[in-house]
Design a binder for this molecule. Sequence first.
Ligand code: C2E
Ligand code: CA
Ligand code: CA
Ligand code: CA
Length: 275
Amino acid sequence: AKKSGRNSVFAFEKIMEDRVMRRAETEMALKRAIRNDSIVPYYQPLIDLRSGEIRGFEALARWEAGPNHIIPPSDFIELAEDAGLIVELSERLLRAACRDAMAWPDSIRLAFNISPIQLSDRQMGLRIMNVLMETGLPPQRLEIEITETALVRDMDSATAILGELQAAGIKIALDDFGTGYSSLSQLSKFRFDKIKIDRSFVTGFETDKKREDIVRAILGLGQGLGISTTAEGIEEDHQLDFLKSIGCDFGQGYLFGKPVSADETRQLLEHRGSA
Ligand code: C2E
Ligand code: CA
Ligand code: CA
Ligand code: CA
């Protein structure tokens, strides 16, 4: 019994060792991918629901690991955060996205996600402004999207950085609105320019009428505060019809288009037109 106990301790150690090794390898691969720009922004159109025109694109990170192998952000953003690589990754993505956006008409905005961790980095405002200057993208064309956890984590630092960006003309959007435990209180802590209503509310319309009521209430809240609203995850016509009927400003979802490569944005802009 003693011997097999010791063996299982060894077996356990071996498993842990393998796990540490695998993690180190994945981190190395991620670092390489960041440095050789294998992680690139894809773009999903943001639609003005009144005119039906494209008003902007949200940049969404994709790891192009091979010819037919694209790794989604859910598989590497958290790893990048844990490995201390998110600041570098994000800066490279933003630079690429701003360059791509420079090829779009002036009326087309760029929405860019930043992770809560980055709002603890006091240099964040400066980093973003530097990339804008370097690429020539006017701050008015950039929208930064953050989730409410950013404010929960380090309020003072986050509001200081967001305030700096806003003063420079960059718009700040509160992403995934309604999914956290304190969405409403976030609105009193910082003057957001936009609210993005989480996909989970839009998806459930047909099965759950209460979600329609919630979306209607969020729109009312936005209108009361003078904040524009974007609905995420619009996949079906009846969802779009409802959102238009209650006056939602902007929409995004597979109904309009999935995220595409930078090259494909040009075709989209030609076909759909722009304001
Ligand atoms: P998010 O910011 O909420 O982005 C919207 C996600 O919903 C995207 O997933 C998009 O592809 C997906 N989506 C859009 N329309 C539809 C629809 O109609 N139906 C369905 N089922 N899904 C839809 P994606 O690209 O996998 O990104 C996931 C999350 O990863 C993003 O959620 C964002 O939080 C994070 N992310 C992506 N790029 C970056 C980045 O550059 N930096 C950081 N920090 N986070 C990023
Ligand atoms: Ca987003
Ligand atoms: Ca979102
Ligand atoms: Ca999300």
